[in-house]
Design a protein around this ligand. Structure first.
Ligand code: FMN
Length: 329
């Protein structure tokens, strides 16, 4: 049904990839997405020891015989250090995972060219999530197999260049020869069709997967994402050089107020700590910690299974492409 560089590279039915989600992209969700015909994600930062990380890969493989991605996020962190990144690379190469989504620092800086070589030798496909043409061009030179082009609409940590997916995708497509996947602002078949029309070989989404039956978060959060609209997210963290996009909430307003009056890390860190975020996902208290989601939440209207979501998306994407084609005489 779909034939793109992504479906060909991984032998999957749909060119739909789940992005990294700290605390959420774990084996049950990853396997559900891969079993549904997409590419699930196991986010390495969820695991601090080699044993735990390897166990997560094995657990995913017990739940699916289909390929899935692993994310390695190389952003400033007190919890996950360079040693962790090196360990993740070693395990991914030994386990011969299908592919890695690197984000933050590129692999050549985060784990060295030896790390890149080790992964390539093991047949692991390497993708870098970037927010600019210059980072995409660098990744291609380093030998990555593809680019995730992430616009400012995305949940998580969009680059402070603040370029939208609509512009970034075609700019990167025309600047590199390796396949490009569009990220940010995608949550249904219409946005998927738009991304493919811009030259993307696939789409990545994360927020949409939170509101699925298989995602292990409190049900109140899933309901909240259905209720909230596209204008109800906010950028924060600019003052500390690491901007994020999260669901608008009491705590986000508090964080922004602290930033506006020049408050520093010592005031901000307690409100943004990883443990606090983890607890908010588990208890369903959206006002307790920044919950990283993108503007794509405006397109979330139900809580399907991953299979129902991907099948409906594919159908809607084909209908949208067919409709657009009919405009051409
Ligand atoms: C809850 C959540 C946690 C995320 N955690 C990470 C992360 O640890 N590393 C990373 O590179 N991106 C992370 N992201 C960003 C996603 O991988 C993806 O780039 C982005 O969410 C796409 O935009 P969308 O959510 O609108 O689909 C996170 C996103 C969400 C929604």
């Amino acid at each position: 049904m779909f034939k793109t560089a992504i479906t060909e590279m991984f032998g999957v039915k749909y060119p739909i990839i789940c992005g990294a989600m700290m605390w959420l992209s774990k084996p049950p969700l990853a396997a559900a997405i891969s079993n549904a015909g997409g590419l699930g994600n196991v986010t390495a930062g969820n695991y601090e020891t080699e044993e735990e990380f390897r166990r997560a890969i094995h657990e995913t493989r017990k739940l699916t015989d289909k390929p899935f991605m692993v994310n390695i996020t190389a952003l400033p962190s007190l919890r996950i250090t360079k040693e962790h990144h090196m360990m993740y690379v070693k395990v991914c190469a030994e386990e011969q995972v299908a592919g890695i989504e690197f984000s933050g620092a590129p692999a050549d800086k985060a784990v060295g060219l030896e790390g890149v070589e080790k992964l390539k030798k093991a047949g692991v496909k390497l993708f870098h999530k970037v927010g600019s043409v210059r980072h995409a061009v660098h990744a291609e030179k380093v030998g990555y197999d593809g680019i995730y082009a992430a616009g400012i609409e995305e949940g998580g940590h969009p680059l402070s260049d603040d370029v939208t997916t609509m512009i970034l995708t075609p700019r990167i497509v025309e600047s590199v020869k390796i396949p490009v996947v569009a990220v940010g602002g995608i949550a249904d078949g219409r946005t998927m069709a738009a991304a493919l029309t811009l030259g993307a070989q696939g789409v990545m989404m994360a927020s949409r997967f939170i509101a699925t039956k298989e995602c292990q978060v409190h049900d109140k959060i899933k309901q909240e994402l259905v209720r909230r609209q596209e204008y109800e997210t906010s950028i924060f963290g600019r003052s500390i050089g690491l901007q994020g996009r999260a669901l608008m909430s009491k705590v986000i307003k508090e964080i922004i107020a602290i930033e506006e009056r020049g408050g520093g890390l010592e005031e901000l860190i307690p409100l943004m700590s990883g443990q606090r975020i983890k607890q908010a996902w588990e208890t369903g208290d959206v006002d307790y910690a920044p919950l990283m989601v993108g503007q794509s939440i405006g397109l979330i209207k139900d809580i399907p299974t991953c299979q129902e979501l991907l099948d409906a998306m594919a159908k809607e994407c084909i209908a949208a492409l067919t409709k657009a084609n009919a405009y051409v005489k």
